[in-house]
Design a protein around this ligand. Structure first.
Ligand SMILES: Nc1ncnc2c1ncn2[C@@H]1O[C@H](COP(=O)(O)OP(=O)(O)O)[C@@H](O)[C@H]1O
Ligand SMILES: [Mg+2]
Length: 276
């Protein structure tokens, strides 16, 4: 594998549209995800992130456009797509009554793998859950549950994993734990598509970030490419790089800008024009 062949993208999305009755959620979404990278689909609540992930994981049909995962078209080859992916949602799919190890063994058996116990022990080790492995999941912290959930989704080594808001609802320490787990995954060659509404999460984790807003991808690039969209602000000789948050707010345009029209209601305490 030393040739400079261009790898086909692990995920290719072209012109995807999806409406729910009158509500147009996706209006022509396009993006590619390179194999082995972490790609963040960033958008506010209700932007359509889960809808996009459900289409890619064959749970939902799009109205128009094409999508391929691991080389398989999601409409034409849904079975092959399902064999190539795992999906972890916002709510952990672990069984509280079982221990961590039992959860893993169960999934490995369901997937007809040969040595479920070895697989379970290996994953417990990789996710720093060896000690907790013999305890019921009911006793786990939020971060441990989410880590176990991600570990379960890796059984069978799917080349592509979807993490839909992997840290929503977690406390800061648990978020950090999950972030480290996700970084490790991509380090081992797995392609990760994660959705998030957290700018710092995308900033920390993703090789590329695509901003989904009003049904389309309004920007797609590396963190430094996105930052270049805004000029560097100079504040008293100190250069300040724009944060991803600055870029996001500038693109999405929801900075809470006020109506400065002279006919509008005036407030004598506020200057008529705002200068940036
Ligand atoms: N099955 C459905 N039926 C009707 N509306 C839906 C359905 N699924 C999602 N929606 C709507 O589509 C929009 C996008 O939802 P979703 O993809 O879950 O957004 P996100 O994951 O970015 O928060 C929301 O307005 C949501 O209410
Ligand atoms: Mg969602």
């Amino acid at each position: 594998m030393t040739t400079t062949q261009t790898l086909a993208p692990a995920i290719r999305v072209q012109g995807i549209e999806k409406s729910f009755k009158d509500l147009q959620v996706l209006r022509g979404v396009d993006f590619d995800v390179q194999a082995g990278s972490i790609f963040a689909l960033l958008g506010s609540n209700g932007a359509g992130k889960t809808t996009m992930v459900r289409i890619l994981s064959t749970l939902l049909k799009s109205d128009a456009g094409t999508a391929a995962v691991h080389g398989f078209d999601v409409s034409a080859k849904p079975g092959d797509v399902r064999e190539s992916i795992s999906l972890t949602g916002q709510f952990a799919a672990v069984d509280d009554v079982l221990t961590g190890r039992e959860n893993l063994v169960l999934v490995a058996k369901l997937r007809h793998l040969k040595n479920p116990r070895e697989i379970a022990d290996d994953l417990l080790k990789r996710f720093s859950l060896t000690e907790a492995g013999g305890r019921r999941v009911a006793t786990y912290s939020g971060g441990m549950r989410r880590r176990l959930d991600i570990a379960m989704s890796l059984i069978g080594n799917p080349p592509v994993i979807f993490l839909d808001e992997p840290t929503t609802g977690l406390d800061p320490q648990a978020r950090t734990e999950v972030w480290q787990t996700i970084k490790q995954l991509a380090g081992q060659g797995t392609t990760v598509l994660l959705t998030t509404q957290y700018l710092d999460e995308a900033e920390y984790l993703a090789d590329r970030i695509a901003i989904l807003h009003k049904g389309t991808i309004i920007q797609n690039g590396t963190l430094s490419e996105l930052k270049q969209l805004l000029p560097t602000a100079k504040v008293e000789y100190v250069e300040k790089q724009p944060s991803l948050e600055d870029v996001f707010l500038a693109l999405v345009g929801e900075t809470g800008e006020t109506d400065t029209s002279p006919d509008g209601p005036s407030d004598s305490a506020v200057p008529a024009r705002k200068e940036f």
